[in-house]
Design a protein around this ligand. Structure first.
Ligand SMILES: Cc1cc2nc3c(=O)[nH]c(=O)nc-3n(C[C@H](O)[C@H](O)[C@H](O)COP(=O)(O)OP(=O)(O)OC[C@H]3O[C@@H](n4cnc5c(N)ncnc54)[C@H](O)[C@@H]3O)c2cc1C
Length: 316
């Protein structure tokens, strides 16, 4: 049976698309993901308090928010499977999909909402303090009480790292920007903002060798990449800003991506270069990467898919 609409991904983008598509009677089938590029529920499953998703003045836990979205999508008739898509043939319609569990699906329209995975430092101590002082999102976690008026670190040297550091200056007493080279990769404008900010100190030629602390993070063990000298830096929080990898491997190059690997959508739209394929959430958004923007683009994708299917005369 060919599905009308398949949605890949069960983060805020995929589940919002599912809620809208189900309410439009498209009977969407959602492939939630299992291990590849995240877990069912997406990135918010690995965090705790969400303070900036509208409607929750007293905050909500990430996994609770995602459980609510999932329940809402199912309530309106979304069918789901916890499986990973390994291969998508988008060269002709209906589109064809193969999964890790060996299932095959076909669909008239597709919404890709497979997110992006934050790069993380491959250290055992990083895993130990992840969520206990270490985060990959200063915009999300920087204002939490545990980080207020504390000395914090941002690891990275690109525009995102500087944006994160500048954001943190609103709450932190001091922000160390730890960069492994002697020059920042960020644009000149952003570099000037960082170097001229009284709360930001850049630690050049430094890499983190170990995160340490007790129950929560309280220091970083650093190594100088030029001299090899080791040092310790006391911080209450560390934010990794070393890039994201958009989860697009299963598309096997069928959809146009930009030089960072993000799916390119038409301006003001979720349409991709392949007719009938729409992209929503972090997989197509290098800039905002927030739950609310992901959810909003999921809504757009569902409405655009609905219009497109109607234009095709598709009662499929
Ligand atoms: C630690 C942390 C804290 C955060 N805190 C906040 C916050 O407080 N507020 C906020 O607004 N944002 C926060 N964010 C950002 C927010 O989580 C993301 O912007 C949002 O989850 C993006 O939603 P998405 O649906 O696009 O993708 P994701 O949430 O990444 O979901 C992608 C989904 O696709 C699935 N998938 C991937 N590949 C495949 C495949 N091959 N087959 C099938 N499924 C696949 C995954 O399993 C997953 O379910 C945080 C992020 C992190 C990492």
């Amino acid at each position: 049976m060919t599905e009308r609409l398949i949605i890949i991904g069960s983060g805020p983008a995929g589940l919002t698309a599912a809620i809208y598509a189900a309410r439009a009677n498209l009977q969407p089938f959602l492939i939630e993901g299992f291990q590849e590029g995240g877990i069912p529920g997406g990135q918010l499953m690995i965090t705790t308090t969400i303070e900036n998703f509208p409607g929750f003045p007293h905050a909500i836990q990430g996994p609770r928010l995602m459980a609510n979205m999932r329940e809402q999508a199912i309530k309106f008739g979304t069918r789901m499977t916890a499986d990973d898509v390994t291969d998508a043939d988008l060269s002709r319609r209906p589109f064809k999909f193969t999964t890790v569990n060996g299932e095959n699906y076909t669909a008239s329209a597709l919404i890709v909402a497979s997110g992006a995975t934050a790069r993380r430092l491959p250290l055992d101590s990083e895993k130990k303090y992840w969520g206990r002082g270490i985060s990959a999102c200063a915009t999300c976690d920087g204002s939490l009480p545990v980080f207020r008026n504390k000395e914090l670190a941002v690891i990275g040297g690109g525009d995102t790292a500087i944006e994160e550091a500048l954001h943190l200056t609103q709450f932190a007493s001091k922000v160390f920007l730890i960069h492994r080279r002697s020059e920042l990769r960020a644009s000149k404008v952003m570099q000037n903002r960082a170097t001229s900010h009284p709360k930001i100190t850049i630690l050049w030629n430094k890499t983190v060798e170990e995160f340490s602390g007790e129950k929560t993070l309280n220091s970083l063990k650093l190594r100088d990449t030029v001299s090899g000298e080791r040092s310790e830096l006391a911080v209450a929080g560390a934010f990794e800003a070393i890039g994201h990898i958009p989860n697009t491997g299963f598309l096997k190059g069928h959809i146009t991506t930009n030089d960072l690997g993000y799916i390119v959508t038409l301006p003001g739209s979720t349409r991709t270069n392949v007719e009938g394929v729409f992209a929503a959430g972090d997989v197509q958004d290098h800039k905002y990467r927030q739950a609310v923007t992901a959810a909003a683009s999921g809504c757009m994708a569902a409405k655009e898919a609905e219009d497109w299917l109607r234009d095709q005369g598709c009662d499929c």
